[in-house]
Design a protein around this ligand. Structure first.
Ligand code: ADP
Length: 486
């Protein structure tokens, strides 16, 4: 059988440019697909933060004209390799859009201001324009989240009809998080050079004179998927549909839920260079050394008898911090320590800082993005806390299990699919402070029964959390897309 050729197009890629779980997926799923024989490549913007010394680059195409609104910009394409692999990464270079700052303009700009949306519209258009210059033609464009949602729109409305090169391309659109839709002023359609008449779907979209990129991606791609079987069911309901459940229902036949995995080579406690002491299931007791180091770093009392709860997370409405903040009085009294690493919403940051000031011997917060510290928390904590309001898949809980740190999670989306109550973690149901408190009590009780605790932690470590089987599901979906259109 001819090898499938798949191009991932995304705004984030671990380790080159990471904000959250999207980067992890784009850095890991292609590796698993490659292992199974797919000719897979990745395309991201060439952000100025990507260090060419760390990731040696080669320019393979120059001065490709890309039109946005009434201006033509010139784009260069560079390549590098995904570290430790032979996978080609294409980097779209255009200084007007990608020269300043990090992946997104603001810390929480996953949501999208006009400038941010314009920037990613440019990226999508540049991705399409650069395809004939790569010397390699994909069968599938695998687009991810709102940042690349207009690619199928342009393919359907402009490229497929006028350029034979594009006619055979198929698109899969993955929703990593339905909450971030890329909603902006209708003027953005002018920026994108798409007429309102070309988009029959617009009546389902434009409310208050705006355009929703996520809606357009859902309606125009050949298939859509999201990142866990539970979340795919949830988003068809008003409670979790973020107002798009009616739109998603229109595409229900082409909508799939495929569980994320984690890169078990990158996240591996027996090889991790960032942690104080490496360990495996067999040497699980060595994990204690990481706990002591973490307690010391946080200024906590270094005491093996007190359970440490860790959190590594974007600080957003999604992640359940309001429940934690509501529990401030109870938290202080609980025989536990809590360390949080995250950045994001300023009000959440402020509330957590206030909380940690009140109880600095048992609560510690780091307001930054720090991949190394994240690993120290995964390895050094006794439990990993994820009380999410909703969670498309969630990778934190899987990384934690890989490190023998049982997660305490709310049963939603991918958390419900990956953590088993009292088998690999602690699961609570209601989105309520009381329910979270009860789960914390349960975890503390388990911790004080070493036999039960160790069994829970080791069961988590022994699971197959890799991308292997999900990569096969993606391959079947790619083939289905190609077959149904040939
Ligand atoms: P989301 O994609 O909603 O942000 P996930 O749990 O799917 O949540 O993935 C989050 C990823 O980002 C994990 O790899 C987590 O360790 C990482 N991460 C989140 N915040 C930070 C931070 N402040 N520093 C380092 N890593 C972080």
């Amino acid at each position: 059988m001819k090898a499938l050729r798949v191009l991932f197009i995304a705004s984030e890629l671990n380790p080159l440019a990471k904000v959250g779980g999207l980067a992890d997926v784009i850095g890991a799923l292609p590796k698993a697909l490659k292992k199974q024989g797919v000719d897979v490549r990745i395309m991201i913007p060439k952000y100025s933060m990507i260090d060419p010394k760390q990731y040696p680059m080669q320019r393979i195409a120059r001065r490709i004209p890309v039109r946005l609104y009434n201006r033509t910009y010139l784009v260069n394409v560079f390549t590098t390799k995904l570290p430790g692999t032979s996978i080609t990464v294409y980097l779209i270079d255009q200084k007007d859009f990608f020269a300043d700052g990090g992946v997104y303009y603001s810390k929480t700009a996953l949501v999208g201001t006009f400038k941010e949306i314009e920037r990613f519209l440019f990226f999508g258009r540049a991705a399409l324009e650069s395809l004939p210059h790569l010397g390699w033609k994909p069968d599938i464009l695998h687009c991810n989240d709102w940042h690349t949602a207009f690619i199928p729109v342009w393919l359907k409305t402009i490229y497929c009809c006028h350029h034979p090169f594009y006619a055979s391309l198929r698109t899969l659109y993955t929703i990593h998080n339905l909450a971030n839709q890329g909603i902006g002023d209708l003027k953005l359609l002018k920026v994108a050079n798409v007429s309102t008449r070309a988009l029959p779907s617009l009546e389902r979209d434009a409310r208050n004179n705006d355009i929703d990129l996520m809606v357009q991606g859902i309606l125009t791609s050949d298939a859509i998927n999201t990142v866990s079987p539970t979340y795919v069911k949830e988003i068809l309901t008003p409670e979790y549909g973020e107002r798009l459940d009616p739109v998603l229902k229109l595409r229900q036949r082409d909508l799939y839920g495929i569980l994320n995995g984690i890169d078990t080579d990158v996240f591996n406690p027996s090889t991790d260079v960032h942690i104080r002491q490496r360990y495996s299931v067999k040497s699980f007791e060595q994990k204690q050394i990481n706990k002591a180091a973490l307690q010391q770093m946080c200024g906590f009392h270094v005491d093996p008898r007190v359970p440490v709860f860790g959190m590594v997370s974007r600080l957003t409405h999604q992640k359940g911090f309001d429940l934690l903040i509501k529990l401030r009085k109870e938290l202080i009294k609980l025989p536990m320590q809590l360390v949080i690493l995250g950045t994001g919403d300023a009000t959440i940051e402020k509330a957590l800082v206030a909380l940690s000031k009140r109880s600095s011997r048992t609560m510690c917060i780091f307001l930054k993005f720090d991949a190394k510290l994240a690993q120290m928390i995964y390895a050094g904590s006794d439990f990993f806390l994820m009380p999410s309001r909703f969670e498309p898949c969630g990778l934190g809980q899987m990384i934690a299990m890989r490190y023998g740190t049982p997660p305490v999670v709310r049963s939603t989306g991918g958390l419900a699919d990956t953590v088993r109550h009292l088998k690999t973690g602690v699961v609570f149901h209601d989105y309520a402070a009381k329910a979270l408190l009860a789960a914390l009590h349960t975890a503390i009780r388990i911790y004080h029964n070493p036999h039960v605790y160790t069994a829970l932690a080791k069961a988590g470590m022994r699971q197959d959390l890799s991308w292997g089987s999900s990569a096969q599901v993606y391959m079947r979906l790619y083939r289905k897309l190609l077959a149904s259109h040939s």
